[in-house]
Design a protein around this ligand. Sequence first.
Ligand code: NI
Ligand code: MN
Length: 227
Amino acid sequence: MSVSLTWYGHAALGLDINGIKVAVDPFLSGNPAATIKPEQVQADYILITHGHGDHVGDAVAIAKRTGAKVISVNEIAVWFQKQGVEAHGQHLGGGHQHAFGYLKLTLALHGSGLPDGSYGGNPCGLLITTKNGEKFYLAGDTGLFGDMRLIGEEGLDLAVLPIGDNYTMGPDDALRAVKLLGPKHVIPIHYDTWDVIAQDPQAWAKRVRAETATEPHVLKPGESFSL
Ligand code: NI
Ligand code: MN
């Protein structure tokens, strides 16, 4: 039980990996589903999947308060450095060993303009392998793509997928994603924040159970899942 993941609503996650705190896409101010205030977030690292405001969120303020290191694609890392924040840039297909584990950035089909209009490069997903060998994939905002099969070949304990539709995969394509990825567990996110991405996660979980060997876990904002 070395990995615990808490969903703070929308795409904001808090990971605890062997005691190291990793915040992912900490959009809390202005997030109607948020269950935690930015001032309450503990972070040693902050991972950013892409430049959109509902993912960069409160990351600058949290990084400045906690001293957390931001990790993202290089364009976004440089943007954070310009805000006075320590940041580590990687890029798609590239992995690096951090204190919490080995992080590889993966393909994501989406956009990535930053809140001030700066160019954010390509969006990414996050593939993390802990020192104990747990492997989990946080897809970020993305449409379905066939190379999810390659990510699945790595042997996933957990996948965290958007199901909201409109901006990302909807429930049908997210179910196809589960089939390509074949994770042991899956958690749906990026839905119900606003009416345009309202979904029925329990109905989706039922389909996952019926059609795959993957165990779905529908969290309420604020709830946690442990590997
Ligand atoms: Ni986005
Ligand atoms: Mn988004």
